[in-house]
Write a protein that binds this ligand. Structure first.
Ligand code: ARG
Length: 587
């Protein structure tokens, strides 16, 4: 029998079941979804097929009888090479136990993948995908929400890129708007317009304090906005310096975080300034504009305000100023028409969900992007241990650089305790990987839509669903290679033979990699990768405890287990890499 080269177990099992269903009930049923799922517990087999219950109504028979017929057909087709045992349980669940031989074969194919992709297929055809993420604001406070967007967006971009899509990263910097008035005015009045600018946080706070406390200042700040929009040269030059200074600051943060954004990915709001009038024109032509209390609005159907009335989206204020929404209409148009995107992804906090839903609806009404998929990827807030929005002890917004610094320092402490003999230089390198890894993983590992509690001790723990736990499993594998003097790259001709239950369980996890990557790409939920890596690391520890590697009973087993370990390490490296997290060989 010829098996697919790419080891996607789920696909193989679906095909087998569909053939069996067709044999048992006729070709009309050849396309039913056999509802193949991983079993929650080994006693229920490796996989379950749960179709008998729903099929029973269609074929007018009892679920258990339906299951019996399917199982009979499965066996009749000589599938013993795949199934070690097939059982019917409960109302009609079909429990599928796979053979060690089948898993071995699939795993060897995965290990020998000529392109080193561990069986992960390339998207065909590849799409052009825009991922809009990070997108902080120049003259507003940068908050941990931007950290979430940065980390989640980066992982999504990496996953899609790995699949072979053409990913265009867009950092939609908030580099335009009324907030600049007070900052520019403050800088000019304090004679600071040529001074070295830092991360702007404290400047912002000062300017804001004055804006709130000094009516005269706030009046001058408002006038400054008018000068900015009117193109006044002095004002514009201070604006440019502010944008440059903060772009430099953001880039420093991205580099330290190992986030793949580059200066060339910045296409801030100001970029769209001269594209706003054309947007208004096409809205006008499409007959979508109306007036509401002096403002110009679009009212896409299906959106209600709190009062139950249709909810308008303002695209031009009564004073003529354009809004965030107008820019997003211009941005969406640009991304489809000029960047050629067929999937456009926006990673921002959940409070913007309605904004994006309306923008997408209006874009469709404008006829932008037939067949283009616009997606908002919302996420919850970062909370402090007290369950309130995460702040410093003094109650200020947390500066990202301080956060990074603290992550590295805490990780260094943890590493020093674990392994006091490490040379300082190596410790710094490891602490960087572990600290940043922990920070990112904590953000990525929970369902993104939920809020999560920022907790240093938990994220840096070596137990549990954390980055250090998985990085440590990788270290364990490399420990074996070092101890046995084995070069993992030299294992290419060794055959994996699955024989023990712990090997079986590990193999099953490893073979899920392609479908996990695909599910992250579709759902845009990186936590699925985290859960997968966590379970795989747990399966590896189990294997390590029950199956001696270097002291295996014979040579063939030793090589098999070494290669199995190498595939596991490669899986961690790839999986963590797609989360933007580094692996280290010792810690
Ligand atoms: N700058 C915005 C904020 O801080 C996020 C921008 C997201 N992207 C977009 N195209 N609107 O909330």
């Amino acid at each position: 029998m010829v098996l697919p080269i790419m080891p996607d177990l789920q696909q193989i099992l679906i095909a087998r079941l569909q053939t069996a269903v067709a044999a048992a009930f006729g070709d009309a049923y050849a396309k039913v979804d056999p509802l193949v799922r991983l079993s929650a517990q080994a006693q229920f087999g490796d996989y379950q097929a749960n179709l008998a219950m729903s099929l029973s109504k269609q074929v007018n028979a009892k679920p258990r009888d339906v299951a019996g017929k399917i199982v009979e057909a499965l066996s009749l087709h000589g599938d013993d090479d795949i199934f070690a045992k097939i059982e019917i349980a409960g109302p009609g669940f079909i429990n599928l136990h796979l053979t060690d031989a089948f898993l071995s074969q699939q795993l060897n194919a995965m290990a020998s993948d000529a392109e080193g992709r561990l069986g992960v297929p390339k998207a065909s055809p590849p799409l052009t995908v825009v991922v809009d993420y990070s997108s902080p604001n120049v003259a507003k406070e940068m908050h941990v929400g931007h950290l979430r967007s940065t980390i989640i967006g980066d992982s999504i971009a990496r996953v899609l890129e790995y699949q072979g899509h053409k990913v265009i990263r867009q950092n939609h910097l908030g580099d335009w708007g009324t907030q600049f008035g007070m900052l520019i005015e403050h800088l000019i009045e304090k004679g600071l317009k040529d001074a070295e600018l830092g991360d702007l946080t404290s400047l912002y706070q000062e300017a804001k304090r004055r804006f709130d406390a000094e009516p005269d200042f706030s009046r001058r700040a408002r006038k400054r906005v008018v000068s900015l929009q009117g193109g006044d040269e002095e004002t514009l030059s201070v604006w440019r310096r502010l944008v440059e200074a903060s772009a430099t600051y953001f880039q420093r943060v991205y580099n330290r975080l190992g986030v793949l954004l580059e200066p060339t990915d910045i296409r801030g709001e100001s970029f769209y300034n001269d594209r706003l009038a054309p947007v208004m024109e096409s809205l006008q032509k499409a007959g979508l504009l109306s007036e509401s209390e002096g403002a110009t609005v679009v009212t896409p159907p299906g959106f209600m305000g709190k009062d139950g009335e249709p909810l308008p989206m303002i695209v031009r204020k009564s004073d003529g100023g354009f809004l965030y929404a107008t820019t997003d209409l211009a941005g969406g148009t640009f991304r489809v028409k000029e960047l050629g995107a067929s999937r456009v992804i926006y990673v921002t906090g959940a409070p913007q969900a309605q904004h994006f839903a309306m923008v997408f609806a209006v874009l469709k009404m404008m006829g932008v992007g037939e067949g283009v998929k616009f997606e908002h990827v919302p996420f919850g807030s970062v909370l402090g241990p007290d369950g309130k929005v995460f702040k410093t002890r003094e109650g200020n917004t947390v500066r990202l650089e301080d956060l990074i610094q603290e992550a590295e320092e805490r990780a260094a402490k943890v590493i020093a305790e674990k392994n006091p003999d490490l040379p300082a230089e190596e410790r710094t390198k490891i602490a960087h990987a572990v600290g940043i890894g922990a920070l990112k993983y904590a953000d990525l590992s929970s369902d993104r839509i939920k809020d999560y509690i920022f907790d240093w001790d938990r994220m840096l723990a070596f137990d549990g669903n954390t980055a250090p736990y998985i990085q440590n499993a990788f270290v364990r594998v490399h420990g074996i290679f070092r101890k046995g003097n084995v070069d993992p790259a030299s294992l290419g001709d060794k055959t994996i033979v699955i024989a023990e239950p712990a090997e079986h369980a590990l193999a099953l996890k490893l073979l899920q990699l392609p479908s996990v990557i695909e599910s992250v790409a579709q759902s845009l939920e990186p936590h699925r990768m985290c859960t997968y890596l966590y379970e795989t690391a747990a399966a590896y520890h189990k294997f390590f405890e029950t199956c001696p590697v270097l002291t295996a009973p014979n040579d063939a087993t030793r090589w098999s287990r070494l290669r199995l370990s190498a595939v596991t390490a490669a899986t961690f490296k790839l999986g963590l890499g797609l989360l933007g997290i580094e692996t280290i060989e010792r810690m």
